[in-house]
Design a protein around this ligand. Structure first.
Ligand code: SAH
Length: 386
């Protein structure tokens, strides 16, 4: 392994870059995102590479496709785990994963050209900070995120994208005739892969959310659609005075009880688990209501139903805390703009601008107080029940 020393800047902490790749790197090493940015960001490519636009376009079309699938190969075969103890020749890697040495070499060479792995003399490959994020069981691991996000399944979801652009309906509605979440509920293998990907992404944000907001002034908080309670547990651990309620669908609350995330001593007596439907009602009378990664899954009309249920439960002066990406104005690159197209194609939701959140909140009886930026693509929106 390159380094097992504890990084000075904890992965995912507010001081670290996002996504953090600190776990195996010396603390002073910043991940070099420039190569991948050049492939994925047309602005950087155009402005910094000096290539003519047609060359950039070819790179973007072919490069993005190939990179996504090569990342999947690396994540699926667990190549980063095999390099944790140091660089290895591609022949050893190919033998370990039962692959063609020539094919694997060409994939690794392509990945190395984007800063993912580094080729050394003698057809040997080493980890880079980006490749380290594909290790299993390291803080900030994105292996399950890539295994889901670049999988055959995910690619098949994007194949019928033109249908979505024509009629505005999701791929799931057009192809499977049912919503994203309804389809997943019937396909446990895919939903397990989806859950693993989401919790890998979510874990990185926990310390960021915990330190982005001053929870000390609150006595009680409800995490609405809080999954199995990992974020609520992190917030309660950092705020020993706070009481928390987890609200989610009955099947998820059953899983939360089985996993026992909120059952640890010191938490159990301050935590309540509630099975329910956030479109209908949420627990009343609490100081704050948290909606993380909820509203972007839904249309404006559906969001209004969720927000009105919150408003019916919240006394005037109660806080609503929303954690989402905000779509920035202008032509600059933003993950929110890419994720917004994912929402268009998959869930039928959308990423929103600050103005769009302001209008939605106002229509539901909340006043947006402030937007708290975090050292990640996500912001926390604080709104007050009026
Ligand atoms: N807040 C968590 C989970 C976000 S995923 C996180 O940030 O990681 C969306 C969550 O909404 C899932 O846990 C899902 O079970 C929950 N959910 C979906 N529909 C719901 C409903 N009608 N009522 C309550 N929870 C719901």
């Amino acid at each position: 392994m390159k380094s097992t020393s504890t990084p000075q800047v904890p992965p995912g902490s507010p001081a670290s870059p996002f996504p953090s790749s600190a776990p195996l790197s010396p603390p002073e090493t910043k991940p070099d995102l420039a190569p991948i940015a050049t492939v994925l960001d047309p602005h950087a490519a155009l402005q910094e590479s000096g290539l003519p636009p047609a060359a950039v376009m070819m790179n973007l079309t072919t490069g993005a496709l190939v990179l996504s699938r090569c990342l999947f190969v690396a994540a699926e075969l667990g190549l980063s785990d095999l390099l944790r103890d140091g660089p290895r020749p591609v022949s050893a890697l190919a033998a370990a994963v039962d692959a063609s040495e020539d094919a694997l070499y060409r994939v690794l060479r392509a990945l190395a050209s984007a800063g993912i792995f580094r080729e050394e003399p003698g057809h040997r490959f080493a980890l880079t900070p980006l490749a380290e994020t594909l290790c299993t069981d390291v803080p900030g691991s994105l292996r399950s995120w890539v295994r889901y996000g670049s999988s055959e399944w995910q690619w098949s979801n994007w194949a019928p994208i033109l249908g979505t652009i024509r009629n505005g309906k999701t791929v799931h509605e057009n192809v499977h005739k049912k919503s994203f979440f309804a389809w997943y509920a019937e396909h446990p293998a895919y939903s397990a892969s989806f859950d693993a990907a989401m919790s890998a992404g979510a874990k990185m944000l926990h310390p960021i959310v915990v330190s982005a907001y001053d929870f000390s002034k609150l006595r009680s908080l409800v995490d609405i659609g809080g999954g199995t309670g990992a974020l609520l547990a992190a917030i309660l651990e950092a705020n020993p005075h706070l009481h928390g309620t987890l609200l989610d669908q009955p099947s998820v609350i059953a899983r939360a009880r089985a996993e026992g995330t909120l059952a640890a001593p010191g938490l159990a007596e301050r935590a309540e688990l509630v099975a329910g439907d956030f479109f209908t009602s949420v627990p009343a009378g609490h100081d704050a209501y948290l909606l993380k990664w909820i509203l972007h899954d839904w249309t404006d009309e559906e969001c209004l139903r969720i927000l009105r249920a919150c408003r019916a439960a919240a006394a005037p002066g109660s806080m609503l805390l929303i954690v989402e990406m905000l779509v920035p104005p202008g032509n600059g690159p933003a993950l929110a703009k890419m994720m917004d197209v994912c929402m268009l194609a998959l869930t039928g939701g959308r990423e929103r601008t600050a103005e769009e959140f302001t209008a939605l909140l106002r229509a539901a009886g909340f006043e947006l107080r402030r937007v708290i930026p975090t050292p990640s693509p996500y912001s926390m929106i604080e709104a007050c029940a009026v």
